[in-house]
Design a protein around this ligand. Structure first.
Ligand SMILES: Cc1ncc(COP(=O)(O)O)c(C=O)c1O
Length: 413
């Protein structure tokens, strides 16, 4: 069992130990991960670190003590609202990540349904491509998740979703885009259903929130998904994904500021006095807000456009290169930074391709359905396409060679 050492050790030695501990991790600065990490360059990393460090002690729970954090948070929320075309009077909350944004949204939907419709609990109808965090939130909140198979082009099927609704439905969900396939759900259709039934419509733009507005400006075709769509009640958008901020930064945005009260806790039921919070966290790191604020101002619209351009160029190069390899195909459509490819040749085992890529230092993202490979690109991938494709060609060769050798040896696996 690990114990706190009796005596401390000098920071220099510990620092070296931490650096050494990373030696076996995947080389994300060289683009070897297409998941978990969003990296532009060392200059942006410095901004992230120094801005975080400027507020590394401050606690964002105590905005009375740190009015500067309150102001920074309001500015970050405001920038998110305007990016997502929120109407006058909209509101938002800075959270620790996409999961917390989603939890708070479903909590608010539940509490609104309790207050306005007298429903305790209830169900949430979503396409089965919605992030599993929705199931996790339902589990925490005593709600029933109703997952409905996606329709054509891997998009939510509004008619099938409507068929799954009943008098206990409190919310519906669409993604912009969904994580498994990178496609946008038909948010306008979901908005019509939500309005007709008076339901909370959550749009999960954890991936797309800080990327699709810029990709659209670059001329990429992006379906409407934000507050311009009537019926959209709430949006989750992660600043720590394509917003390029360090981890611990997301937004839950709501069409009307007044809706935030449905995820606000307040009580005086203890000796210390009143306690109120809009988030699941109590203590909140001031550094996360300061770093998000700094990154948004540092990049500006021009910087975000550059990130979007790099991602979309990397994607075009990778998709073309992958499709030039016999036996592989890229799933279509895929509208943003995410895509999936799979083997069309039954003799080519994609699991073996994945293992061969892994041996070459690329963390493979394995898609379960259909059996394939999943990539979520970030700006660092512009420039590593040729390396990836060379290793992928070699991995495919290796998998094919292995299959021939196994057959010759009379083995079937
Ligand atoms: C579409 C989508 N929604 C929600 C989440 C959950 O976000 P987080 O991991 O920041 O909690 C993710 C994470 O990848 C996501 O891709």
């Amino acid at each position: 069992m690990h114990r706190i050492p009796a005596q401390g050790r000098p920071w220099e030695a510990l620092k070296q130990e931490l650096e050494a501990a990373k030696a076996g991790d995947y080389a994300w600065r060289r683009g070897r991960l297409a998941v978990y990490v969003y990296y532009l360059d060392e200059a942006l990393s410095r901004v992230q670190q120094e801005a975080y460090a400027a507020y590394w002690t401050e606690n964002n729970l105590g905005q009375r003590a740190f009015p500067s954090l309150k102001r920074l948070e309001e500015e970050v929320v405001g920038m998110g609202l305007s990016l997502m075309a929120a109407p006058e009077g909209a509101g938002g909350t800075f959270t620790s990540g996409g999961s917390e944004s989603i939890f708070l949204s479903l909590l608010a939907a539940r509490e609104r349904a309790r207050e306005e419709r007298g429903i305790a609990g209830g169900n949430v109808v979503m396409p089965n491509s919605a992030h599993l965090t929705f199931d996790r939130a339902c589990w925490y909140l005593g709600l029933e998740p109703r997952r409905v198979p996606v329709g054509a082009a891997f998009r939510a099927d509004p008619a099938a979703m409507e068929a799954a609704m009943d008098g206990r439905t409190i919310a519906l969900v669409g993604s912009a885009p969904c994580y498994p396939f990178g496609v946008f759900d038909p948010i306008a259709d979901l908005g019509r259903i939500a309005r007709a039934r008076g339901l909370w419509l959550h749009v999960d733009a954890c991936v797309g929130g800080f990327l699709s507005p810029f990709a659209a400006k670059l001329g990429h075709e992006i379906p409407e998904w934000d507050f311009r769509v009537p019926g959209v009640t709430a949006i989750s958008a992660d600043i720590h994904k394509h917003g390029m901020a360090p981890k611990g930064a997301s937004l839950l945005l709501v069409r009307e500021e007044g809706l935030r009260r449905f995820h606000r806790f307040e009580s005086r039921a203890w000796q210390r006095g009143p306690y109120a919070a809009y988030t699941t966290q109590g203590t909140r790191p001031g550094g996360a807000v300061a770093a998000a604020w700094a990154v948004m101002h540092y990049l500006g619209e021009a910087g975000y456009l550059d990130c979007a351009r790099r991602i979309m160029e990397a994607k075009a190069a990778l998709v073309a290169g992958i499709e030039a390899i016999p036996g592989l195909e890229v799933l279509r459509p895929s509208e943003l930074s995410l895509f999936v490819y799979r083997a069309t040749d039954p003799a080519l085992d994609i699991a073996r391709v994945a293992a061969a890529l892994d041996r070459r230092g690329w963390l493979p993202g394995r898609q379960q359905e259909p059996d394939g490979m999943h990539l979520h690109l970030n700006p660092v991938h512009r420039g590593v396409e040729a390396d990836y494709l060379a290793d992928l060609r070699a991995a495919v060769e290796e998998a094919r060679r292995g299959a021939v050798e196994r057959m010759a040896a009379g083995r079937t696996y």
